[in-house]
Each structure stands twice: as C-alpha cells, then as structure tokens.
Write a protein that binds this ligand. Structure first.
Ligand code: PGA
Length: 247
C-alpha cells in the first residue's frame, strides 16, 4: 500500500514574514498525510528550522547535476542536505520550458540528487499541442525513460514522479480524474516493465490546478498517490484541506 504524499510547490513566491505566517497556520493543525514544502533556496533554512521534528519535510525546487566546485550560481545536493532539505523537485515544466532543461539534464540531476541522499520529485507532462496531437503517452514515456535509463527505478522509488500536464499548470484547467489516471497507469506500467515490485511502491503524484474542490476525486484514482500543489499551496488553509483529501 502506497502512503499518499502531498507536496507544496511555492515556486518563486514567499518572504520571511509571509513564510512565518504560513508556517504558524500550517503547524496549528497536524498534517493528515505525508507532506513536503518546496520553497525557493534562500528560505529553506527558515522552513527547516520551523518544521524540525514535525512530519513535514522540506524540499528545494532545483539542484545542480554537479558535485560542489566552480559552478557560480548553482546549488549542490550536499548543500541542500546541509540546511535540512530532504526532497527536491526536478524537471518542473517551468524549468524545462524557461531554462531549456532537457530529458538528459533532468536525468542527470535526478541521479546526482539520489546519489547524495535527496529524494527527487521528477516532473513529467505534455504540452497542450502534444495532447491535441495525440502524443501524451509517448511524450511522458520518453521523459520517464530518460530517468529510468540513467537512474534505474531506485531514485523514483525513493522519491516520486509528478505527472503535471503543462496545460493544467496555473491555468485553472485540471485534467479530469480519468485523464490523469490514464497517464498515471501508463507510467506505472512503464516502471513495472523494469521492476514490478518497485513500480507498485513508487508514488506518482498529480499536479496542475489541484484545489480543495477537486483534490479528493483526483486522489481517489487508483494510481494517483497524492499531489504537487502550486498556487493553492500558498494559502496554508487550502493546502491543509488538500492534504486532508489525501488521507
Ligand atoms: P498549480 O501548479 O497547482 O498552480 O497548477 C502546480 C505545479 O506547477 O507544480
């Protein structure tokens, strides 16, 4: 039985004051499922300190594919671990689109994160044009295959995959539970061809306009093991309601 996981993706949002207010509201309730809060690098120590000893872990939103060294502006996996971060989002569609991150780079970052002891949340998903062209399963399979080829199943089993259709991110347009389930089942079948037992244990999260109003029916699908929550995670009360839907 897979334990549900709900991760907040704050994206490039937050301030010390706003984070403190969010944390106060969030900690007033016990999170009903396993949770991770993924914040901009500079706020990770603040979160790690506030959430120490709680069941909520801290995650970053990117990591370098390299070991520490002369790479100005990059952040190594060891540094994330050093400040109390345990998870990292890798290959979010905003990084793939705006920073040109390729399937190979995403796989390299996943390998590095896993080798260092971080739990990767590897994001995959098709654009609207790819869906309209009937290429959804092919695109997602290619993205997953790159990670499997480089890292095997272990990195995914230790972390999670997040299926996030690009057309559903921040648009208010959610994949229907049936649309999401179809892709999640295909991803699990792809992993199962490598290792069936590991596939049964790997958590596949859905992301893209998840809100308090639609979380429960998405999380009720057999292959949806939780969510990666962007906009709705900025409001602690809404994030807690979504976590409650994953119980
Ligand atoms: P959204 O973002 O919930 O605002 O659609 C999800 C994500 O990008 O991880």
């Amino acid at each position: 039985m897979r334990r549900k996981l709900v991760a907040a993706n704050w994206k490039m949002n937050g301030s010390r004051a706003a984070n403190a207010a969010w944390l106060t509201e969030f900690r007033a309730q016990r999170s009903p499922c396993e949770t991770v809060v993924c914040a901009p690098f500079v706020y990770l120590p603040q979160l790690a300190e506030a959430l120490a000893g709680s069941e909520t872990a801290v995650g970053a939103q990117d990591v370098s594919e390299r070991e520490p060294g002369a790479f100005t502006g990059d952040v190594a996996a060891e540094m994330l671990l050093d400040v109390g971060c345990r998870w990292v989002i890798i290959g979010h569609s905003e990084r793939r689109a705006l920073h040109g991150e390729s399937d190979e780079l995403v796989a390299a970052k996943t390998a590095r994160a896993h080798a260092a002891g971080l739990r990767p949340i590897v994001c995959v998903g098709e654009t609207l044009a790819e869906r309209d062209g009937g290429h959804t399963l092919q695109v997602v399979a290619r993205q997953v295959a790159a990670v499997l080829a480089r890292c095997g199943v272990a990195a995914l089993e230790a972390g999670a995959i997040a299926y996030e259709p690009v057309w559903a991110i921040g648009t208010g347009r959610t994949a229907t539970p049936a649309q999401a389930q179809q892709v999640h089942a295909a991803i699990r079948a792809q992993i199962a061809r490598v290792d069936a037992a590991a596939a049964a244990r790997t958590r596949i999260l859905y992301g893209g306009s998840v809100k308090p109003a639609n979380a429960a029916e998405l999380f009720a699908q057999p292959d949806i093991d939780g969510g990666l929550i962007g906009g709705a995670s900025l409001i602690a009360r809404d994030f807690l309601t979504i976590c409650a839907a994953a119980r």
